[in-house]
Design a protein around this ligand. Sequence first.
Ligand code: URA
Length: 433
Amino acid sequence: MRMVDLIEKKKDGFKHTPEEIHFIVAGYTKGDIPDYQMSAWLMAVCFQGLDKEETAILTKEMMHSGDVIDLSRIQGIKVDKHSTGGVGDKTSLVLGPIVAACGVPVAKMSGRGLGHTGGTLDKLESIPGLHIMIDEEDFVKQVNDCGLAIIGQSGHLDPADKKMYALRDVTATVSCIPLIASSIMSKKLAAGSDAILLDVKYGDGAFMNTIEEAKELARTMIEIGDSLGKDTRATISNMSQPLGYAIGNSLEVKEAIDTLNGHGPEDLLELCLQAGSHMLIQAQKADSLLSARKMLQEAIDSKQALRTFCAMVKAQGGDDAYVRHPEMFPKAKEVIPVYSQTTGYVKDLKAKPLGIVSMKLGGGRETTDDEIDYSVGLILHKKIGDFVKKGDVLVEVHTNTGLSKELQKDILDAYEFSNEFVNKPILIDEVLS
Ligand code: URA
């Protein structure tokens, strides 16, 4: 087989055989197929697409390109959750503990943030001492002991995706649904859980701009999961504004802890309760969404979810006193208010520019080698639907480097106002399965 013929075949819109997809993925992972040929093939896929069968085979080949984690030593149905990423998205820090507190083992591998979206691992590392690189034995033991572990991916999980994603990033081949779906699902499937709950976001701060694209991505991932025998469901959620009020690592951890203490933001709690209810059903711990929701609320009210989070933090070497006393987190040197220059209802609040401001304050990475300042970020005081008077605080900026005029302008420009009453946006549009 020659790669040049396979590029030609896809360029002309023909379907690949399983053997051809194996040749491409295995050859590229080993280094036998050079970047320039893989780039040409990826671009051909962007234009011609892959059908259901080709996408499922590509996913399976990528999943088996490295380690596949064996979670069979953990009792019960393991349900993993994946969010396609957004601004202020600290869902895993709440969802993991509340679901685990209901008796569903949560063995989760998360990623780091890049650009305007934050990553769960960076948020967790703002807890002093907490480490996220844990070997498979200890990972399994931790989930058996305390029901919950959120760790980094092992070095040899899905090497095909590592190489392909890096190449897509620099060849304008990221935004292609079968490639995104196989990239996400191959990592989730290699991480070994029995069922998967996807949170596919759309809107300004998300990967998918429109709800139609989000649904198409979700359907493609569900089909992949089903074809490989894993119960896969997806919430389609709106990321037209940041989730909750906090953006930035330790600020988001504190908001997650508030939520576990029963006084978190309404939208974050609602997303966690809805997604969590589906996870309890997938794990066969509840037989209706209503009873699942009650169990999750009870895990918060009884503080069992908070205790589960403390146990996880301790098991991963972190100081759980920070969870019990979040005021211990180091604070940024200054908190600078940004005032509204307008009176009216907030009509639009763009998530992406606010994520970029937080990144530029030091809360995120522009390139993978950048160091993170855990204490900086933004606290929103006003969100879509709120009434604002000129001179009200819109945003509090937590900073160690002051606040430049440009960043202040970026924050003000993220808001759009209306004289008319504005409804709060719907958070979850649909759940697909
Ligand atoms: N996230 C991934 O893991 N892969 C993609 O291709 C896009 C988003």
